[in-house]
Every structure is written in C-alpha cells, then in structure tokens.
Design a protein. Structure first.
Length: 284
C-alpha cells in the first residue's frame, strides 16, 4: 500500500448496507476484498508489468450512519466530491457495500463533466425501478436515480448495461422509452457484443460493477445471484477495450456478500480491482 503522495490509485471502502433484498452481508464486502488483495500476485502476465507500481492508497472505511438511505447517499456524495477535489488525476475505485452507493460517484462525475459521461453498468439486474420496498433509494433503484439526474448545466449521463438477465416490465419500458443500450446476458453468447457495447459509449466512462454480473459459479457470494451470467473473460474482453479506447474516469465494485468458505468470491473481486488498476495504468 502506498502513501497518498505517491499513489496513482485510491481505494475507497464504503461498507454500507441498508436496502438489500435477499441475502445480506455486503457491509463485509470491502474488508473481504482488501484482505484477499494481499494474496494477489503483483505481476500481470497480460500487461507484462506489475500494476501496483502506480501506487495504491487504501483509505479508511466510510461510515454513512444510520439515518436512512437518502441521507447516507447525500453524505457519500459530499465526501466523494471532496475526495475528487483532493485526488486530482488519481483514479478512484469505490468498494461496496450495496449497489445504492454507486449513485454518489456516478452523479459526481455527471456534474464534473456536465453530463458528458457514460455509465457502464456490469450487472445481472437493470436496477431501474422507480421505487422498491417503498424507497426510491433502494439498491434496485440506483440506475434510475442516475438516469434521472441532470448536471447543473442540464445534461444527463447515458447508461450502457451489460450482463442483464433479470428485470421487471416497468424497467423494460424505461429501457425502451429512454433508448438505453442493454446487452442482455443471452446476447453475450453470440459474437459482436463487446464491440456493440464499446460503440455505445461516449468518450468519458464511469464503470459500476455489480459482481452479480458474473455467473454464480464464479461469484456465488452476492445477495441476489442469477444463473447465466458473464464469465471472467467476458468481463476482461470488455474492460480491456473500454480502458484502451475510452477515458475511464472512475469505477466501483459492489454487492460482494462474503460467505464462510467462499474466499474465491472475494479473491475474484480483488483481482477484478487489480485488473482495472492495470488497464487504467495503460491508458494513453
């Protein structure tokens, strides 16, 4: 781990959990990912280098309190804005926690770039409900809140979602009405989906990665696992191209819910973060 002054990457643990729908435990996700990261080999054979050399600073965990989801996300947004001001060109990766936390960094980048940013969502679920369990701030509503958010200048971000295989009729209608680019999981069985996703992205990209994007055979430790998900190489094929061809401004990894004996899930999430660090360090 590097000191702040020498770091090119900042890890922000956000162990927040308040609106999970089924399995719980996402509050333990950041600590499990950080612990698993201690056992990752530094050398990346694909990149032929050791990505950690860019310097990685892991910040203390953020406590968002118990006042409820809306004030918690508002607090995280304020803290994230301050962090981005201090970070400069450092690449910030948030570790959740439940998916609701992703609206704070995503909307922060919408404001910073006046809407000139695409949110690339890796996920099993669209998370486009207007309300769930009577709350608009539920984790199942996070992308709806991002979709409806507009920068001070009036511009909104686009969303490109990949790996989707669970949604409601309400969410289907939102996708069609708003023209959201969705690569459903069954479409990933055919060639061409990676290029289609990349072409739909704008120049600037924020990545939110819900680990239930992966098939549960790879990461079973998540709150709402869905069969038929993406593989490790599906994720790498898309991520490597996105980092090469677009300006990735930030990322988060969410919804890991550690289970006893399920260390492979935490290790996979940690390796995912390390691959993002490596890909980012190769960006022109």
């Amino acid at each position: 781990m590097s000191r702040w002054e020498a770091a090119g990457v900042v890890i922000l643990p956000v162990p927040y959990e308040a609106t999970t729908s089924w399995g719980t435990g996402t509050r333990e996700g950041p600590a499990a990912i950080i612990e698993a990261s201690r056992y990752i080999e530094w050398y990346d054979e694909e990149l032929d280098r050791e990505p950690y050399e860019v310097g990685v600073c892991t910040l203390p965990s953020i406590d968002l309190g118990t006042a409820g989801p809306e004030p918690a996300i508002a607090r995280l947004r304020a803290l994230y804005d301050d962090l981005l001001e201090a970070a400069g060109d450092r690449f910030v990766i948030g570790l959740g926690g439940e998916h609701s936390i992703s609206s704070a960094p995503a909307t922060a980048w919408v404001d910073r770039l006046d809407g000139d940013v695409t949110i690339l969502q890796f996920d099993a679920h669209t998370d486009l409900r207007d309300r769930h369990h009577h709350s608009p701030w539920n984790h199942a509503c996070v992308m709806r809140r991002v979709l409806e958010y507009r920068a001070d200048g009036g511009n909104a971000a686009d969303i490109v979602a990949v790996g989707i295989r669970a949604l409601t009729l309400e969410e289907r209608d939102v996708i069609r009405e708003r023209g959201i680019e969705v690569v459903f999981a069954h479409e990933m069985r055919r060639p061409g989906w990676v290029g289609r996703a990349v072409e739909a992205l704008g120049e600037n990209v924020y990545i939110t990665f819900d680990v239930d994007f992966f098939d549960p055979s790879l990461i079973p430790a998540t709150g709402t696992p869905e069969p038929g998900g993406g593989s490790w190489w599906d994720a790498m094929d898309l991520l490597s191209r996105v980092f090469r061809e677009r300006n990735v401004v930030g990322a988060d990894i969410v919804e890991l819910a550690p289970r006893p004996g399920g260390e492979a899930s935490a290790f996979t999430a940690a390796k995912l973060a390390y691959k993002m660090i490596g890909f980012r360090s190769e960006q022109p």
